[in-house]
Design a binder for this molecule. Sequence first.
Ligand SMILES: Cc1cc2nc3c(=O)[nH]c(=O)nc-3n(C[C@H](O)[C@H](O)[C@H](O)COP(=O)(O)OP(=O)(O)OC[C@H]3O[C@@H](n4cnc5c(N)ncnc54)[C@H](O)[C@@H]3O)c2cc1C
Length: 385
Amino acid sequence: MRRTVYNEDHEAFRETIRAFIEAEVVPVYDEWFAAGQAPRDFYYKLAELGIFGIEVPEEYGGAGEESFKFEAVLYEETARAGISFGGSGVHVLLCLPYLKAYATEEQKKRWLPDFVSGKSMYAIAMTEPGTGSDLAGMKTTAKLSEDGTHYVLNGAKTFITGGVHADKVIVCARTDAPKPDDRRHGISLLVVDTKSEGYSVGRKLDKLGLKVSDTAELAFVDVKVPVEDLLGEENKGFSYLGQNLPQERLGIAVGAYAQAAAAVRFAQQYTQDRTVFGKTVASFQNTKFELAACKAEVDAAEAVCDRAIEALDAGELTPAEAASAKLFCTEVAHRVIDRCLQLHGGYGFMNEYPIARLYTDNRVNRIYGGTSEVMKSIIAKSMGL
Ligand SMILES: Cc1cc2nc3c(=O)[nH]c(=O)nc-3n(C[C@H](O)[C@H](O)[C@H](O)COP(=O)(O)OP(=O)(O)OC[C@H]3O[C@@H](n4cnc5c(N)ncnc54)[C@H](O)[C@@H]3O)c2cc1C
């Protein structure tokens, strides 16, 4: 089916990104994979390309684009190539919407130019060792000092993408106790400078997939955060998280759909080249049926993504619809990539083949940004169940 979601500008951007990936990422990707992260300098190259500023208003150095579509093209192209841009994905997808929506004019002037230039890389820290899905259970605290000039931050976070390289982290912390009838009350968002005294980066975590993305533990011991760095209103952080998670979830859905599409392409190429029993693997009826079934699932996921992207741009994508898109696309990708890996035989298990990396990179899509079970809970609630 012809896609109508993108126009000529998006397709021109796609060509630029594709050429950039071929020239700047593919030749060095094995080194990044072995090192377990993309080099910090690479983020300056992304900044030079204008990636970080696409959706930043022009007065702060960005391109002022309101649409999510350029970002979606980016996810499609990185997935298509079987690569990732490291921990920098959260900089734009997760962190920028908070800065745009809740930062004051003074904060935007202070933060956004460095955000665009890559001088300040952002991460977001919600998850703690003791709580992930149940964010209202977080224990990290930020107590206002007696003179009211700063918060004193104490606690620990884990699984923080971009946590090693980050210059600023949007930390979710308790500034007040939960109310008996509202567990979500009392959470605030603070933009924490990672050079602050008492702030430390713990282990860079060794993961099953997403090898080039730095995922870290963070610890805070009496970190002083100026009150000027509170993002939005005190104690309202939970509702801010709820408002921004749909975009994050759609980004994951688009990335997963594109990984599945890439897997079908890789498997088709591979099975057409590989000969067994004197025939190409692609000539077996089983291979044709497998690839055809996978293609049908990818087409369905593409249609879901395209409708959701339009809905997000129109300001109409509900949390339940975003959860539905994430659940569907990530589950499709899981099935499709596994079947495509199977068609590669033993070579599919080798990291030098992109299908192996897609397999391990994709696995986390059903976990982060909210697990598939949490997505089902959100959808069920919207059905009145
Ligand atoms: C690679 C990676 C990168 C990440 N990056 C970030 C990041 O940048 N910032 C950040 O803050 N977090 C990040 N996370 C954390 C991620 O969002 C959490 O891992 C995720 O939300 C799940 O939380 P948890 O790991 O504590 O699992 P748990 O909440 O302990 O869940 C364990 C199991 O219980 C199930 N479960 C939980 N609640 C329910 C329920 N109500 N009904 C039924 N089943 C339920 C879950 O679905 C899961 O199967 C990242 C995680 C990973 C793996």
